[in-house]
Design a protein around this ligand. Structure first.
Ligand SMILES: [Ca+2]
Ligand SMILES: [Ca+2]
Length: 139
């Protein structure tokens, strides 16, 4: 038995429509919070790359160090939307809240060597960190 032309054509159109629907609904299956992008755990969201500078590179307890993480970047999240927070003394506890402001200044009240860490967070919650050692002399 052979399908008649209009019948076969209808079948092709129906199958194409079905395939299109399957493609559209299945192409981003890891977006389980409805944000339209993949979530942090999904394979399509890469962690941000954290980068920062310290000015001056070393100083004293009287120095106001300026930290700048503006060069941090992420493949999915625009730089303006990336959030940063800082750990000034390397104790693993962040000393600031997350903010989209990428520059911060800090003064160390005690002389010593400090491991400063910045954590960068993208819109999906993935994070990246960078650390630098700042040497602070007595003033
Ligand atoms: Ca990302
Ligand atoms: Ca800390």
């Amino acid at each position: 038995m052979r399908l008649r032309w209009p019948c076969a054509l209808l079948l092709i159109v129906a199958l194409t429509a079905l395939a299109a629907v399957a493609y559209v609904s299945g192409c981003d299956s890891s977006d389980d919070n409805g944000t339209g992008g993949d979530d942090a755990a999904g394979p399509d969201n890469a962690a941000p790359t954290a980068v920062f500078t310290v000015t001056p590179a070393s100083g004293t307890t009287a120095t106001n160090f300026v930290f700048n993480a503006t060069a941090s970047w992420d493949p999915e999240t625009v730089s303006e939307a990336l959030q940063v927070r800082w750990d000034w003394d390397g104790d693993g506890t962040y000393d600031t809240a997350f903010t989209t402001v990428k520059t911060a200044s800090h003064r160390f009240t005690t002389a010593g060597s400090y491991r400063v860490t910045v954590q960068v967070r993208d819109s999906y919650g993935a994070t990246g960190t960078a650390s630098r050692t700042v040497v602070v002399a007595a003033s």
